[in-house]
Design a protein around this ligand. Structure first.
Ligand code: GDP
Length: 435
């Protein structure tokens, strides 16, 4: 899915534009404790073209973002996005920060749209067009993110500029693995450790650029690919100082994966950024394994692992289904377990429950704990069917979908897990009105 980055200085209305574009979708995002609320990225769709929108303003957490940081964001966006929306404030006019950003953006060959925001209908004539032309980024598109004015036109332009989607060149049953985590958590070390033991396919499948950044390999006759490994450093290279956590790159890898390996540093625990990234994988319905690396550095007694486990479960409570592995990419302790677990969770994510069994389970579950409702109206589940896999998705045909509670959905999910496992994979349950 192409990535579209919104860049611009603070207060020009980036977040408002972001919300305007993804608006209708935010409402359906599940409201779950532990899933971070402020969104930097969100799927959007216009004229049937899907893309992932990233608000780069949110990538830095400082309140006052200074020019150099905005410039860095622009550079990052250029490197990793497929298209860029550069937002300026038409009311405030051109600022030197805008010029700084434009200077960077002019260097890219990726499409850049210049959006002149805060143009409410009547002062269309008042846009400082001339100034904005000076940025050398083409015609400014006047919009009002607050009122939704002209944002449709902006999106029309945007989808015209998005690159065509590429097909993956791998065999259909290939398991795609994304290795995600902060710099220095050991991603490259783990990838090298895995690839070192398996048969690496040095393939050059023509007609794609993907093979340049993916690492395909085979194990026991099965095919795998670690997606998007180009950014990882070779083991013998010196550490680069202050490498940025490349959020966009991680998101793109997650989009393309079946199983996400979320690497955590045993010496540092779970960070906010870890939560956001793995929260994205969760929302995308990807199978997830929590891999605690650098386990060799921890002084251990017989309670250490339990303590770690408890802490992780607390911090990532929305991932109760994700198994954990405690490894050392350095000493290779338990590294072979990683692929075994990958196989296992990938299989779980692809599991189908026969319809009769599913309906038996739902019937028993609703008998044991009746569905929510009051004396006037009670939720009735007539029939259930599995709508899909990866993640396993269940459709419940009911009398009134609004009567479904989050807690009851949770209960049904737990019943499904108790009976069928589904380790490592999110489960989705959708109530539908029976017509
Ligand atoms: P990346 O930035 O996530 O790809 O991290 P690297 O794989 O480059 O590792 C960062 C540093 O941590 C390197 O100096 C590694 O040698 C070290 N490292 C990685 N895994 C382990 C581990 O399991 N134990 C120890 N002690 N060091 C590790």
């Amino acid at each position: 899915k192409p990535i579209v980055a919104i860049v611009g200085r603070p207060n020009v209305g980036k977040s408002m534009l972001f919300n305007r574009i993804v608006g209708s979708r935010i409402a359906i995002v599940e409201d779950m404790p532990g899933v971070t609320r402020d969104r930097l990225y969100q799927d959007a769709e216009w004229q049937g073209r899907e893309f992932t929108l990233v608000d780069t303003g949110g990538l830095d957490f400082a309140e006052d973002v200074i020019t150099s940081q905005i410039r860095k964001q622009a550079e990052l966006a250029m490197r990793e996005a497929d298209a860029i929306i550069f937002v300026v404030d038409a009311r405030a006019g051109l600022t030197t920060t805008d010029e700084e950003v434009a200077k960077v953006l002019r260097l890219t060959d990726k499409p850049v749209l210049l959006a002149a925001n805060k143009v409410e209908q009547f002062d269309l004539a008042k846009i400082p067009y001339y100034d904005f032309y000076r940025l050398g980024l083409g015609d400014p598109i006047p919009i009002s993110a607050a009122e939704g004015l002209n944002t449709g036109d902006l999106l029309d332009e945007l989808v015209k500029l998005l690159p065509e989607q590429e097909e993956d060149p791998y065999p259909p049953d290939t398991i795609r693995i994304a290795v995600i985590g902060r710099p220095n958590v050991g991603k490259s070390s783990l990838v090298n450790a895995i690839l070192g033991e398996e048969r690496v396919i040095v393939s050059n499948i023509p007609g794609t650029t993907r093979d340049a950044i993916d690492s395909p390999f085979e194990r026991n006759g099965k095919s795998y690919v670690i997606v998007d490994t180009a950014g990882m450093r070779r083991r013998n290279r010196i550490d680069l100082p202050a490498e940025r956590y490349s959020v966009v790159r991680a998101l793109r890898a997650i989009d393309r994966c079946d199983v996400a390996l979320m690497l955590l540093d045993a010496t540092e625990g779970v960070t906010e950024q870890d939560k956001r990234i793995v929260g994205y994988a969760h929302e995308k319905g990807k199978a997830i394994i929590l891999v605690v690396n650098k386990w060799d550095l921890i002084e251990k007694d017989d309670k250490t692992m339990n303590k770690f486990e408890k802490k992780i479960r607390e911090e990532l409570s929305f991932l109760s289904y994700a198994p954990t592995l405690y490894i050392s990419a350095l000493t290779k302790q338990r590294v072979p377990k990683v692929l075994e677990m990958v196989d296992f969770v990938a299989e779980q994510a692809g599991r189908r429950i026969p319809t009769a069994d599913l309906n038996n389970l739902i019937r028993e579950a609703t008998q044991a704990t009746p569905p929510p409702g009051d004396k006037h109206k009670k939720l009735k589940i007539f029939y259930a069917t599995q709508g899909g896999v990866k993640p396993p998705t269940f459709i419940l045909f009911v009398n009134e979908p609004e009567l479904m509670h989050f807690s009851y959905e949770r209960y049904l999910e737990n019943q499904l897990r108790e009976n069928y496992g589904f380790e490592g994979t999110p489960i989705r349950i959708f109530p539908r009105k029976r017509e």
